[in-house]
Design a protein around this ligand. Structure first.
Ligand SMILES: [Zn+2]
Length: 102
């Protein structure tokens, strides 16, 4: 397993990214289910922090999109779906080249 070292001596490469965000409504009190805003497939939901149920990572296995779902009103009656950039998009925006450079 590779371990990311965040204490490397060189200064970090800092860039800002824009994330597409949609605010959706759902029935209050229900378990969150969501469909991919890009292709309509059911999203696979992952809750990385079990102590914080207001943030969920969602993955579309059909189009490989990743999303952050954030509860913005009680019991998920309204929530934001924020698209996360693909690794290729991040590499491109950081100027780290394409697949031939990896
Ligand atoms: Zn999708």
């Amino acid at each position: 397993m590779n371990v990311l070292r965040l204490d490397q001596p060189q200064p970090p490469l800092v860039r800002s990214f824009a994330y597409p965000a949609r605010v959706l409504s759902g029935p209050a009190g229900s378990r969150v289910t969501a469909v991919c805003p890009d292709c309509g497939a059911m999203l696979d939901l992952v809750q990385p922090d079990g102590s914080d149920p207001s943030r969920v990572v969602a993955i579309c296995l059909d189009c490989e999109g990743w999303f952050l779902l954030l509860e913005v009103e009680d019991e998920w009656s309204r929530y934001a779906v924020i698209g996360l950039p693909s690794p290729e998009s991040v590499r491109c925006q950081l100027g780290l080249g394409g697949p031939s450079d990896s």
